[in-house]
Ligand binder design. Structure first.
Ligand SMILES: NC(=O)c1ccc[n+]([C@@H]2O[C@H](COP(=O)([O-])OP(=O)(O)OC[C@H]3O[C@@H](n4cnc5c(N)ncnc54)[C@H](O)[C@@H]3O)[C@@H](O)[C@H]2O)c1
Length: 459
């Protein structure tokens, strides 16, 4: 089939590549000249494991092309996916301007019947707005070309995006016509061979399903983070509790890790957007508001722990804090809403300096911090180290922020010999206190037995 994907970001590029890889002729369109130029000469502008060779394979086979031309993109296909960004507005609502702009271009340029598939995460009712926008553009041209609008939210995880798209848990398709559903079934058949993954529903249900999934995941994380505080107070270990409850199939093991709060390009914005959607309909989503409140507090936890370790935030002035990991999770360079940014902002405000290392996200982090603090302040306060070892040299303490594989088994004796205050703050509970104790390091995790809050409660 001929397919066009509008938006060549974390989602659009993966979707375009995977559809091309099963034999479709795909054009991927973006407004960003630089992104399209890089993709066209064989560079992949994001870090996503295993993506680059599959992009190259399909680009060289001529099945995957990149363009900034609306006319070429819209003229190419009978199926057009919208995979543009839906960033948060000031009040947390999802901004669907990019979606509607793409819909207007389609209405202005389409010459044949089309299936328009929305993959972006959008408020309930957006498919209707896309339909109305395209219809208005067609009416403005005085033409009547049939088209369908389908909602097909995406559930891939950055860091596992290719695998998630190729072997999805489920394929949610919201459609109002049997024809549209039939085309979508055919399109997704290669990804649904093992067992039936297709879940058909109305467009509004599909739009809500995406928010509901992210809201549930965020709530599990906040629940465990809140419980971690209690575990620390009671002298229990949240890691043991996690294993204990995760073994129950009604609960499951995923998304139960206590840590420094959820971040990234989806959970924070989708939780806020769903709260806004409900508020506009007079509903106060109490559980989700609590989820967000717990998360906001959790993102400040490491800073509070550091301040308390040094006997007050003012004592952080002049301290050098090493950070391992900046991206919101391993295997991505995505820094959108990364908890590391909350910590760095607080440390800089307290007068500390930061020595940060991330295997792939330092460039993105530097861009964001320079935009916030200016080049000179950033250069004076944040060193972007080129290795984990360089980050800890001359640092007072180490904070593990993102659990990249390469941080899992460091040389603790070396850390004890190089960290001036000989302390490790583990924001992801990946280390074993006994091992660090033996190496002569002070250790704090999140909700672990003998974290200081636990000791205070248990003399
Ligand atoms: N990133 C994820 O893990 C993920 C997972 C599931 C769903 N989503 C959702 O998918 C959507 C896209 O997310 P993303 O992370 O890929 O965003 P992104 O910011 O990485 O990419 C969006 C791209 O769309 C382009 N764009 C914007 N307006 C355009 C237009 N009118 N025409 C052509 N290109 C245009 C931008 O230049 C950008 O390259 C969002 O709604 C997001 O919530 C994201």
């Amino acid at each position: 089939m001929n397919i066009t994907i509008i938006g060549a970001g974390y989602v659009g590029l993966v979707v375009a590549t995977c559809f091309a890889d099963v034999g479709n002729e795909v054009v991927c369109h973006d407004l960003d000249d630089d992104k399209i130029a890089r993709l066209s000469r064989g560079e992949v502008p994001i870090h996503e494991p295993n993506l680059a060779p599959v992009v190259t394979r399909n680009r060289l086979a001529g099945r995957l092309r990149f363009t900034t031309s609306d006319a070429l993109a819209i003229g190419h296909a009978g199926i057009i996916f919208l995979a543009v960004g839906t960033p948060p507005e000031g009040d947390g609502s999802a901004d669907i301007d990019h979606v509607l702009a793409a819909a207007r271009s389609i209405g202005r340029l389409m010459e044949r019947p089309l299936l328009i598939v929305n993959k972006s995460t959008v408020p309930v009712g957006t498919a209707d707005q896309v339909r109305a926008t395209v219809a208005a553009a067609l009416a403005g041209r005085g033409v009547d070309i049939p088209f369908d609008v389908v909602s097909n939210p995406e559930f891939l995880k950055e860091g596992m995006a290719l695998q998630d798209f190729m072997k999805p848990d489920r394929i949610i398709v919201g459609a109002e016509s049997a024809h549209a559903l039939g085309v979508m079934r055919q399109l997704y058949a290669p990804f649904s061979r093992n067992h039936e993954k297709f879940v058909a529903m109305g467009t509004r249900s599909a739009e809500l399903t995406k928010y509901a999934a992210n809201a549930m995941l965020a709530t599990r994380i906040s629940f465990m983070n809140e419980l971690a505080h209690l575990a620390g107070q009671l002298g229990a270990d949240i890691e043991a509790v996690r294993l204990g409850i995760g073994a129950d199939p009604r609960i499951g093991r995923q998304f139960l890790s206590a840590g420094i709060g959820y971040g990234g390009s989806c959970l924070p914005k989708d939780v806020r957007a769903l709260i806004r959607i409900a508020a506009r309909h007079g509903q106060h989503l109490r559980i989700l508001r609590a989820t967000q409140e717990v998360n906001d507090a959790q993102q400040h936890l490491l800073f509070e722990r550091l301040a308390s370790y040094f006997n007050g935030a003012s004592a952080l002035r002049g301290r050098s804090i090493a950070l391992w990991g900046l991206a919101f999770k391993p295997d991505t360079d995505d820094m959108r809403d990364a908890p590391s940014l909350v910590l760095i902002r607080a440390l800089l405000a307290a007068g500390a300096t930061v020595r940060a290392y991330d295997p792939v996200a330092s460039g993105q982090a530097r861009r964001l911090l320079v935009a916030e603090h200016g080049e000179a302040r950033c250069a004076a306060s944040v060193l972007f180290a080129s290795s984990a070892q360089e980050a800890v040299e001359q640092a007072d303490v180490l904070v593990l922020v993102t659990e990249w594989q390469e941080f899992r088994s460091p040389d603790f004796r070396y850390l004890a010999s190089t960290l001036r205050a000989k302390a490790v703050f583990d924001g992801r509970n990946i280390y074993d206190r006994a091992v660090l104790d033996a190496a002569g390091l002070y250790y704090e995790g999140i909700g672990r037995t003998d974290d200081r809050q636990g000791r205070a409660a248990h003399p």
